[in-house]
Design a protein around this ligand. Structure first.
Ligand code: MN
Length: 249
């Protein structure tokens, strides 16, 4: 099995090496990662300037390329270079990607790009607590997840979140909740105002959601689909006469 690996934290992220180590048990690993951090760039692709990729020396001997682009660019470049792959893995992100984070996440976007280009993909993110990230407790779970999602019937795109002290694995749904979306104002040393976004969830997580799993020390597996169509509304609206919207006369 040929496995293309990417992330959004950049080529030097410890999470990338940890994921490569586990993935190499399942097949041949090739890494295409951004040459600097691209967190929260979402599904952006680069179209206003040329893209390049260069092979770099990497510890542990993995075939590694750095790309002057976004996570989605990296996956597209990697699949172009390799002429395809059997699996795209993204991560391990330095920080969880739960609920509405999925909209902004470069980690999830790299995986999505794989699926858009026809390759099964899994995104991995892990909680951080301010200390140097460690992956030894998570590695057996990551291996189990890759095994589970590459054998038998399985979803094409899964968002995986890893807690710091995993005790099991749960299938979850994406938690969709309201955030306070606070803008925090500050001042730089030259007296100029600047702003930071902060997002604090306003309600407790619903059971069996991704956030609930992480708060209860379970590895969270959320199957994701590419279609954003609101099927319930589409069903309701299909009974509404469209003539009203026809201005042709
Ligand atoms: Mn990141």
């Amino acid at each position: 099995m040929r496995i293309l690996l990417s992330n959004d934290d950049g080529i030097f992220s410890p999470g990338l090496i940890a994921l490569a180590e586990v993935a190499s048990r399942f097949g041949e690993v090739v890494i295409f990662a951004p040459d600097f951090e691209q967190s929260a760039v979402g599904q952006a692709i680069t179209i206003q300037r040329p893209l390049q990729y260069h092979r770099v020396k990497m510890i542990k001997g993995f075939e590694t390329y750095r790309v002057n682009g976004t996570p989605a660019d990296c996956v597209a470049m990697g699949l172009f270079h390799l002429g395809g792959a059997d699996l795209v893995l993204s991560g391990i992100n330095l920080g969880s990607n739960l609920g509405s984070d999925v909209w902004h996440s470069g980690t999830v976007a790299a995986a999505k790009q794989g699926v858009i280009l026809g390759v099964q993909a899994i995104a991995f993110s892990q909680e951080v607590n301010g200390e140097e990230p460690a992956y030894e407790k998570q590695k057996p779970y990551i291996a189990r997840v890759i095994e589970l999602l590459t054998t038998g019937e399985h979803p094409g795109l899964v968002n995986v979140n890893l807690p710091l002290e995993p005790i099991g694995i749960r299938w979850t749904h994406q938690s969709v909740r309201q955030y306070n979306g606070q803008v925090v104002e500050g001042q730089d040393p030259n007296g100029r105002r600047h702003y930071w976004f902060s997002a604090i969830p306003l309600t407790a997580p619903d059971e069996d959601s991704d956030r609930w799993a992480i708060e209860n020390n379970f590895v969270s597996l959320t199957p994701i689909r590419l279609s954003l169509t609101d099927d319930e509304w589409l069903e309701k609206l299909s009974n509404v006469p469209v003539k009203f919207y026809d201005f042709a006369g």
